[in-house]
Design a protein around this ligand. Structure first.
Ligand code: SF4
Ligand code: SF4
Length: 425
């Protein structure tokens, strides 16, 4: 049976199995995967009673308006609950299923991927080929079941994208001194043209069997006047799953943009900059109204940012540079697609665009070079992302040499003066 029908049939069977029984419906997993389960159940007229989670910090709170219980407490309150499991890793799904059935719950077979597929195809109505997208979701399920982060050629011969960012704008409404993207240091920041940016992202995605996620940011992505159109176009790429936007919560997106985000199945992550993120709550509510997943990492007062050392050529041997580079690319450092090029990290993209680091030919891949064939471009992208030796730009970088500072210090006139007078902020 074709996979789209399999997903569709599994969902139909699950809905039929619970409809009309009048029993409480509970979702295990008060997190992103559980949110997709909730959205699809609600869209099919099923009222969700509660969430359940093994994380004691989540229990006792609400998740998207629903009370959240630890499994044992759930049993005390709703012993006859029918439970769906919203987790992405297959092994974890099986463990939780075992745990919940052991407590006496009736657990449904449909996993988070059945709901993920239905959310993107039937609720968001992403305009991409259903068959190819179903195959992509199947690959994602295999990929997310791995123990650790990996990209390039993974176990079953899939060529998978690393974390990647599409820079939509170099503009921001904050000026964080320690911005990892170096955004406040652009003299003439620009919004990137939609068609060219979308083409770059398409070219990039064509080099992979699976692109689990692309993060569209800047700067502040909501400052791009055509962000909605960018999301709609990117959502047509069938081997790409999540389109994630990162916002600082300082402005509320327009209704039109929210509608476009919703129909692209894009999700939102709010960075918490304390009182600077003054529209956090409104952004949450707007997302909830438009069925857009939105989360936040609330900054704990003890959390710090890293202030990078000044950019300068570092005295390291070739082997030492290679080691530094290898350490970097085995971590979750993001590739950057910006202005027609693919870069390996934010520093190489933004410091070279600002003229602070000389960019050599093999420090980036040209995505819009019309003189090369698609096959050559794909080979170039794959070779670039699997290289094991340092780039030229790495000579100017000391990723371990940073110092810890307060988050989101703004590049105000006062702070500038302190710095110019040799002080520290
Ligand atoms: S809000 Fe984010 S992108 Fe904007 S300056 Fe601060 S760290 Fe950089
Ligand atoms: S330029 Fe710096 S951050 Fe980027 S890969 Fe090289 S060592 Fe890592």
């Amino acid at each position: 049976m074709a996979i789209p029908n399999t997903y569709h049939d599994m969902l139909t069977r699950s809905i039929e199995a619970i409809a009309g029984k009048g029993r409480p419906i509970v979702i295990f997993g008060a997190s992103k995967a559980g949110w997709y389960v909730m959205k699809v159940l609600e869209a099919n007229g099923i009222k969700v009673t509660a969430f359940c989670d093994n994380d004691p910090q989540k229990a006792g709170h609400t998740y998207h308006g629903h009370p959240t219980f630890l499994p044992a407490d759930l049993y005390e309150n709703f012993p006859d609950a029918l439970v769906f499991i919203g987790v992405f890793r297959r092994e974890v799904f099986q463990k939780i299923k075992h745990q919940l059935t052991g407590l006496g719950f009736s657990v449904q077979d449909a996993d988070a991927y059945v709901f993920l597929y239905s959310y993107f195809m039937d609720i968001a109505k992403r305009e991409c080929d259903r068959g190819v997208f179903a195959e992509t979701v199947r690959k994602l399920s295999a990929y997310y079941s791995r123990e650790s982060y990996a990209y390039g050629y993974v176990d079953d011969g899939l060529f998978v994208s690393p974390f990647v960012t599409g820079v939509v704008t170099q503009k921001c409404n904050l000026r964080c001194f320690d911005c990892g993207q170096r955004i406040p240091y652009y003299e003439l920041p620009q919004d990137f043209a939609v068609d060219a940016l979308v083409k770059d992202i398409q070219q990039y995605c064509s080099a992979f069997d699976l692109v689990p996620e692309i993060s569209l940011h800047g700067g502040e992505p909501f400052l791009h006047p055509e962000l909605g159109r960018i999301c709609r176009e990117v959502s047509k790429i069938p081997n790409l799953v999540f389109i994630n936007l990162i916002t600082n919560g300082k402005l509320i997106p327009s209704e039109d943009t929210l509608r476009d985000l919703s129909s692209s199945g894009a999700d939102l992550h709010q960075s918490d900059y304390g009182k600077l993120s003054r529209h956090q709550k409104e952004v949450f509510s707007a997302c909830s109204e438009h069925h857009i997943f939105c989360d936040i990492h609330f900054v704990d007062p003890s959390e710090k940012w890293t202030r990078s050392p000044p950019i300068r050529q570092i005295n390291r041997s070739v082997q030492e540079n290679d080691e530094v580079y290898k350490q970097c690319v085995s971590s979750r450092i993001c590739c950057q697609i910006m202005d027609g090029k693919l870069y390996r990290c934010p520093l190489s993209a933004h410091a070279s665009a600002q003229g602070l680091i000389p960019l050599m030919e093999d420090d980036a891949v040209e995505l819009k070079n019309a003189a090369i064939s698609n096959d050559e471009r794909i080979q170039n992208i794959r070779a670039f992302l699997t290289r094991t030796t340092a780039m030229n730009v790495c000579k100017y970088c000391d990723p371990e040499g940073g110092t810890l500072v307060e988050p989101a210090i703004q590049l105000s006139k006062r702070n500038r003066m302190i710095l110019e007078n040799g002080g520290q902020i």
